[in-house]
Write a protein that binds this ligand. Structure first.
Ligand code: DGT
Ligand code: CA
Ligand code: CA
Ligand code: ZN
Length: 574
């Protein structure tokens, strides 16, 4: 692996040199990178055995490059490369993997528009900024957007946050058609999976042609893969595929059940049907054979599960992880719903990297029906967010008091999102943490620690008597950053022992904790909060994604602290 590491650095070095339009050198570094990535021996072994000379024997590696490799093997640094990189702090590898984007273009994008990564490139393209650059136009802008969509898609799946609004709007439009009786999204979307491969929509209609014509010619559709009277498959905007099926009214429940899945849940259910002498498919539940076959259920999901002798599991739970057994014993939990939540506990404002004021955020939360919110701006250890220090936090407590007096119908709690330092200590003094109503702590740095060190670090934080909530416990970013290495059982145990609530961060970029961890943590007796990580008023709406995850983890109202009225909620904290 070390070879690959060095090859990657040399490759990037060559691109950085290319961006500076240094002659010849880039090509040399690129060649060396290629040769090293194809070596069948470990390059550090080669170096140990034969020194600089041995390195120079590698095809394409001259004196200069060999010395840089030596420096890296000895010190873990390559200073010239690092210096260049600092001047151009861009995600070169990602950006140049977009079709049509090369090093020179990356440099110009950075110089003119300060584009550093795929996200900022996408934003700029969507806002029509690319077309204003010299030698660019609407066409190349569109090509970049397509390239980004492909990049995202090929690297995996859409996030729930990308797919959900699209699915919802298509379903709404279908529902508005006079000839449509029923329309609903099934598949991974209905199960609130954290990422979505494709969107599956089911429709009941007696005018299939009209529905399919409408669907396949929606303005966003960029490609029609197949069009028929029962099934049409389209590409709906780059990177988002949608399947629409039209099913008979009497089979709608069976189709919804089948296409909601997941596959493993379906297979198990079909086996149970067979054991009972039935046949289950997307048209219904049947008894008898051949001419004497007759449907005994199919119009609704409930009647199918009932005929199989069980409760109907909520879609989010249909993962074949024990829900079928619970449903058979009629022991399914009564899952939490969005209406159960009484407050939001992670809210950033204008004081740091949020875009609205404390008062604006409070009013919006009140309009959503919340009884309380906690203002949890970042703290100083995270410099790019303009995080507060102790003095500023004390000032903010005063401001919150003032706003609380001014507005009715919602309580604003003072809080903070403090940074967990490398050793598990916090970047704000206990004397000030003590004065806050709610303290959340989160990992925002040192993502690479070993499992042992990372676990120790987080447990130390939970042991702080002022830390009420562990924010986004694994620090992952969906499709972007892996979760940190943690011994989750130890974390859940410590959560219970120290009375630290685990956040279910509802932001679709995070969805952290995820469903399977939630299930495990609940079994181990931990408590939870669900919050949005809102950075602006509109973000409060993200709460439903958090509810989706909580339900996937089998949570009930009583497991989640911010379902409680204010006084009881405050009592439940440390
Ligand atoms: P996705 O699209 O990858 O996010 O995940 P799903 O679950 O939406 O999967 P998809 O779109 O391939 O199929 C939709 C549902 O259809 C799936 O959840 C269960 C059902 N299904 C698909 N293939 C099979 C199968 O081979 N056997 C059974 N029993 N059900 C299947
Ligand atoms: Ca799907
Ligand atoms: Ca599908
Ligand atoms: Zn955070």
């Amino acid at each position: 692996m070390f070879n690959q590491e060095i090859a990657n650095i040399l490759k990037e070095f060559s691109e950085l040199l290319e961006m500076k339009r240094v002659p010849f050198k880039p090509r040399a570094y690129e060649k060396a990178a290629m040769a090293i990535s194809m070596l069948d021996k470990d390059i550090s072994d080669l170096y140990k055995a034969g020194g600089l000379k041995a390195l120079e024997e590698i095809a394409g590696v001259g004196r200069g490059i060999a010395e840089r490799i030596e420096e890296y093997i000895k010190t873990g640094h390559m200073r010239d490369y690092e210096k260049l990189k600092k001047k151009l702090p861009v995600d070169l590898r990602a950006l140049t993997s977009i079709e049509g984007v090369g090093p020179h273009m990356v440099k110009m994008l950075y110089d003119k528009l300060h584009i550093k990564d795929i996200d900022s490139l996408e934003r700029a393209a969507q806002m029509g900024k690319i077309r204003t650059l010299p030698h660019f136009g609407v066409k190349s802008e569109k090509k970049i957007l397509d390239g980004i969509a492909f990049y995202k898609k090929s690297r995996g799946r859409m996030s729930l946050g990308e797919a959900f609004p699209v699915a919802r709007s298509i379903v709404r439009k279908l529902q508005e058609m006079d000839v449509v009786l029923l329309a609903e999204a099934a598949g991974s979307m209905r199960r609130w999976e954290e990422t979505i491969g494709d969107i599956d929509i089911l429709v009941v209609s007696n005018a299939p042609k009209q529905v399919m014509d409408f669907f396949s010619s929606m303005p966003e559709v960029t490609h029609v893969y197949a069009k028929g009277l029962t099934k049409t498959m389209v590409r709906f905007r780059p990177g988002i595929d949608v399947d629409l099926r039209i099913v008979p009214r009497e089979s709608f429940g069976a189709a919804l059940q089948y296409f909601t899945g997941n596959k493993s849940h379906n297979i198990k259910l079909r086996k149970i049907a067979i054991e009972k002498g039935y046949k289950l498919n997307e048209y219904g539940l049947f008894t008898g054979k051949g001419k004497r076959q007759r449907s005994i259920a199919g119009k609704t999901e409930e009647e199918i599960y009932k005929a199989l002798g069980m409760q109907c599991p909520p879609p989010e739970m249909r993962l074949n992880v024990g829900e079928i057994e619970l449903a058979k014993r009629k022991k399914l939990p009564r899952l939490i719903t969005i209406g159960d939540l009484k407050g939001d506990l992670q809210v950033q404002t204008f004081w740091t990297d949020g875009s609205d004021t404390i008062e604006e955020m409070a009013k919006e939360a009140r309009a959503m029906g919340h009884a309380y919110i906690a203002i949890t701006d970042h703290t100083k250890g995270l410099p790019m967010t303009g995080g507060s220090d102790e003095k500023r936090l004390l000032k903010q407590i005063k401001e919150i008091k003032r706003v609380n007096k001014k507005i009715r119908g919602i309580s604003i709690l003072s809080g903070a999102e403090v940074n967990i330092m490398k050793d598990g200590s916090l970047d704000i003094a206990d004397t000030v943490l003590k004065k806050l109503d709610v303290v959340g702590a989160g990992i925002h740095s040192h993502f690479q620690l070993s499992r042992k060190d990372q676990t120790k670090r987080v447990i130390k934080t939970m042991e702080n008597p002022h830390v009420d909530i562990l924010f986004h416990p694994t620090a992952r970013l969906i499709n972007k950053r892996e979760p940190v290495e943690l011994d989750m059982e130890q974390i859940f145990k410590a959560a219970r022992r120290t009375g630290t609530a685990l956040e279910i961060n509802a932001h679709p970029m995070r969805l952290d904790l995820k469903g399977e961890y939630i299930r495990k943590a609940k079994q181990m007796g931990a408590k939870f909060v669900i919050s949005t990580d809102a950075h602006s008023k509109k973000d409060f709406q993200l709460l439903e994604y958090g509810i989706g995850q909580a339900r996937r983890g089998g949570l009930e109202k009583k497991d989640v602290l911010n379902t409680r009225p204010l006084r009881s909620f405050l009592k439940s904290l440390k």
